[in-house]
Design a protein around this ligand. Sequence first.
Ligand SMILES: NC(=O)c1ccc[n+]([C@@H]2O[C@H](COP(=O)([O-])OP(=O)(O)OC[C@H]3O[C@@H](n4cnc5c(N)ncnc54)[C@H](O)[C@@H]3O)[C@@H](O)[C@H]2O)c1
Length: 465
Amino acid sequence: MSPTETPRAVPTPGERRTRYVIVGTGNRCQMYIEAILGEHADVAELVALADTNPGRVEYYTDVIEQTHGATIGSFDPAELAAYVRGNGIDAVVITTPDFTHADLVCTALEAGADAIVEKPLTTTAVQARRIAETVERTGRRVTVTFNYRYSPRNTALKAALLEGAVGEVTSIDFSWMLDTVHGADYFRRWHRVKENSGGLLVHKSSHHFDLVNWWLDDAPDRVYAAGGLRFYGAENAAARGVDPGAGRGTRDGSDADPFALDLRSDARLAGLYLENEHHDGYRRDLNVFSEGITIEDNLALTVGYARGAVLSYSLNAHSPWEGYRVAVNGTEGRLELEVVERAAVLPAAGGSPVDPSVTEDGQDGRVRSRGERLVLHRHWEEARELEIVNGEGSHGGGDRLLLADLFRGPGLDPFRRPAGLADGVAAIAVGIAGNESLATRLPVSIADLGLDRLAVPAAASVAAR
Ligand SMILES: NC(=O)c1ccc[n+]([C@@H]2O[C@H](COP(=O)([O-])OP(=O)(O)OC[C@H]3O[C@@H](n4cnc5c(N)ncnc54)[C@H](O)[C@@H]3O)[C@@H](O)[C@H]2O)c1
């Protein structure tokens, strides 16, 4: 199944380009900077960058000057509204920590711009309702950048469901494994505090819940969750007799520690974070076994959907391998997607951990290898593998497709990948309800959070844009 390039309008010469600012110049903003200054420069213009940390803005303005020969402006993010109004800004790209999204989205909308915001839309039901109310009042648009939809394997699963490959979906089993490289990273910085990120159920799983909402084209209805912090954190380390020094940045002298992140070993990490700590005290490499972690690292959920399907979901953030497994049961059969993104984490002398299964031809003969496989098993038939057609670039070419939709307009996408406000709310609604369920030990209804009306995906209206 092809991820398909959707037909789009071609700009006419002299047409005014859409004017963007980007707020939040950490790691994530790079993708947007490159897209605006690169492939989409004929339709998009990057006017300025803003961040509470002036050092990180300077890092990017320098890089842009060196690599693109362009001089980009900057402003104080506290002055966002005035900057938008005074400089004819059409859209604000928001790549700041999750807990700041709602204020920035609402400020952008009130000032007359659209907002393009990284997932998660926000971290609480109150803020989600506030964003929805602001959209309604201002008539501006919010786009949540759910890049996982654009991964060809996830689109291939969507395509198979649209073709009715398993009939009506009755249930989904979904397990996500974050390994001791990627998973650990959420315990090193702002994500580790629940108020900042909503925990992994909101920060990370909103990607996964969005996929399920989109695959099913249905709205989540009720959630029961269980989970806790069982591996990272000071208490767990002490209980297992783990060296309390494990997990520190190597500047603290723990070179042999597989949980240490050496910011000095990566010029980009050093330039963005280490060299700018003096501005705001933001530590990118906190000890994953230190005090102060208030998020979970093991989570399990049951989610009921409006049309009757049920989701069983689990997340583990200290797995020895990274990837996911999805099984979709339907009235006519079962679809299974298995993805191995990193087959093992093996410490490498003086560098980042290596994945031993990454070979040129992918044929390494190991028990677990990097790769992806989508299998359809219909009742009364042999199982067969469905083709996944990857494109060029990161995430199997998915990021390129997402950026084209964002900056050139979505066109008529048969898979309905562009995500709007309702999709953003539906994705966090599951995680927010899950957090409530963790706190109360009871099932939680999305309606009780006041998010049910807001979380219904608008398939027809998005496709018609
Ligand atoms: N879709 C994905 O796959 C994906 C991947 C990574 C990150 N993200 C999202 O991108 C966002 C940023 O993540 P990151 O890893 O780049 O974080 P980061 O901490 O590296 O960068 C965030 C930046 O925002 C700045 N900032 C903080 N508060 C601000 C404010 N009020 N106004 C302006 N700037 C502020 C910080 O100084 C920092 O430079 C998060 O919401 C995250 O969920 C998405």
